[in-house]
Design a protein around this ligand. Structure first.
Ligand code: ADP
Length: 355
């Protein structure tokens, strides 16, 4: 049992002669993810929990001013205001510690000792980042939907005015309308795939990566031939993995489809091998390549190097982000190397199932 005296005289009475004055506060706040300070007269830190020390990278905080340990005038002001008004104050602000953080800081007077103020700091950087990602995503999806809708409407208006017997114009516009509707369908399909991949926990079973890729190669061969490309398929050895075969199929499909779409002449080589307990899928093309400045961004949703090329090949801008998401959810790695005008190589590496 802790020899603590906790009663209505509050924090100062947590003291015990063999322990520091804030031992109970330390015990209670040691498990908090929130940084907690108790600040006394002149802004001197009386107590800081471990999270506070880690957040500001400062171990000996006690007996220094809150400004010295946090380097934040905002926090200092917040504490002053809470002390002056004798009421809680809270604010969202940015803090520069070892990195830039968004935090919600709250200061409130210690009910047991009005000269003291508690200060809690909750890191909301990740929450705000995710909110921004979501907002950007909604904005991007809306834009992607709006463009074909605007075109469909404009073409439908033209069609309404076209003479009944002008077959050529009617066919031209109807064709384009069908193309735009197909584009919308592809986008909705990819959004559903993305939402499934993000939402569900993976139902894994034992499967052969080579067999999955073999099916995809068979499916894609007519498209490659139609474009005058050689689709080379090499299976070096079986590569058993514990995975969701439908999702892995989707990865292979997206990568091989891209390799064909972004290659004007030459070949696309697909290879599955196993090496050092990893199952490796390698897709190599002799296509347009990716500029080095774009490489870090191509896995972002809706990022395209060449918008019109992506559009003309029926791309949604989601294929690589879906592939990366699925591979990483399986604990694997998707990497790329590329040389402009020479070609690209995408490599999926997954843990091989022990036999
Ligand atoms: P998209 O539907 O536009 O193909 P992806 O997410 O699949 O979208 O790919 C994003 C972008 O990365 C593409 O628009 C293209 O610019 C580039 N890219 C992807 N794969 C290749 C490749 N094999 N060769 C060249 N560029 C590629």
């Amino acid at each position: 049992m802790y020899p603590l005296e906790i009663h209505n005289r509050g924090v100062r009475l947590f003291k015990h002669q063999t322990e520091g004055p804030f031992e109970a506060l330390r015990s209670v706040s040691s498990g908090l993810e929130t940084a907690l300070f108790l600040v006394g007269r002149d802004g001197i830190v009386l107590f800081a929990n471990e999270t506070a020390k880690t957040l500001f990278g400062f171990q000996e905080m006690e007996d220094r001013t809150i400004l010295a340990v946090t380097l934040s005038h905002h926090l200092e002001q917040l504490i002053k205001q809470a002390a002056q008004d004798a009421s809680p104050r809270s604010e969202e602000l940015s803090l520069r510690t070892t990195q830039d953080l968004a935090v919600i800081a709250r200061a409130w007077p210690n009910p047991s000792s009005p000269k003291q103020v508690f200060l809690s700091i909750r890191d909301v950087t990740e929450v705000r980042r995710l909110e921004r990602v979501r907002q950007d995503f909604v904005a991007n999806v809306s834009h992607e939907i709006k463009t074909p809708l605007t075109l469909i409407r404009a073409m439908a208006e033209v069609l309404a005015d076209v003479e009944q017997d002008d077959r050529f114009l009617r066919e031209k516009y109807l064709h384009q309308i069908i193309g735009e509707v197909d584009r919308l369908s592809a986008l909705v399909d990819d959004l559903l795939i993305l939402s499934c991949a993000e939402g569900e926990s993976i139902e894994r079973r034992s499967c052969d990566l080579a067999a999955i890729v073999n099916d995809v190669v068979l499916q894609m061969r007519p498209k490659a031939i139609a474009r005058g490309l050689v689709l080379e398929w090499t299976q070096l050895n079986p590569a058993m993995i514990l995975a969701n075969p439908d999702q892995i199929r989707q990865v292979a499909l997206n990568l091989i489809d891209n390799a064909i779409n972004y290659t004007s002449s030459g070949k696309v080589s697909v290879e599955v091998a196993s090496a050092e307990a990893r199952a490796i899928l390698r897709i190599c093309d002799t296509g347009i390549g990716i500029p080095s400045e774009d490489l870090p961004r191509i896995f972002e949703r809706f990022y395209r190097v060449d918008k019109s090329r992506s559009r003309s090949s029926g791309g949604t801008g989601l294929g690589l982000s879906i592939a990366k998401h699925i591979v990483e959810a399986h604990g694997g790695v998707l990497s790329v190397t590329s040389a402009l005008h020479q070609g690209s190589e995408f490599v999926v590496s997954l843990e091989e199932q022990e036999s």
